[in-house]
Design a protein around this ligand. Structure first.
Ligand code: URA
Length: 199
């Protein structure tokens, strides 16, 4: 960790690549995507296998579901910033497959400093925490997503806590899946409204 300030996202990402090398079971740094001063920033857990291969956040199955929900909530992904609480894919190798491993609390807390440098550069009007890992990184404490979902302050910034899109992908029952998707879209609409009201 360093006490440096960064002049740009490029500088920040370069410093993160030096700080967090790819090692066994941990992929490369996948930086955030989008411009500074966008209305909404989305923070996920960590890049997945597809994101690690492409070097871009939210381009795999969870990203496609998020894109669908963004369209329903009338949020233009081109005007949003996408990033993750933890910038590297953590996995266990099983044959040729790389199986997602949840980042440990220590890893989340360690990368938190970097996430806040990124947020300070992007300066979004509202931050959406997608799931418990992003909630922990942004709120600085464990969050109970189902009980606390909705508007929430993250430091001195406006935020919304909601579920991670992977949670929706895992729901086995089609009716429950649709109801949960609708609730997710409704959280995203709230975020859009907060961003609009803050403009
Ligand atoms: N899940 C995340 O939390 N982030 C991504 O970028 C992709 C999947």
């Amino acid at each position: 960790m360093t006490d440096r300030d960064f002049a740009s996202l490029e500088e920040l990402n370069d410093a993160m690549r030096r700080e967090f090398p790819s090692v066994a079971g941990v992929g490369g740094v996948v930086g955030g995507e989008g411009s500074i001063l966008v209305p909404i920033a989305f923070v996920g857990e960590q890049p997945g296998d597809a994101e690690d291969r492409e070097g871009r956040p939210f381009v795999g199955p969870a990203g496609r579901l998020l894109d669908h929900a963004l369209a329903e909530a009338e949020i233009d992904r081109g005007e949003a910033y996408m990033t993750n609480a933890v910038k590297q894919f953590h996995f266990t190798e099983r044959g040729k497959r790389r199986i997602h491993r949840k980042p440990r609390t220590g890893e989340i807390v360690h990368q938190r400093w970097w996430l806040w440098r990124e947020i300070d550069l992007v300066r979004p009007r509202v931050i959406v925490a997608l799931g418990a890992t992003a909630g922990l990184a942004l709120a600085g404490r464990s969050v109970a997503v189902m009980r606390e979902r909705g508007p929430m302050a993250f430091g001195n910034r406006r935020g919304v806590l909601t579920v991670h899109p992977s949670y929706l992908l895992r729901l086995p029952d089609a009716t429950a899946k649709q109801a949960s998707f609708d609730a997710f879209v409704s959280d995203l609409r709230q975020a859009r409204q907060i961003a609009q009201a803050a403009s």
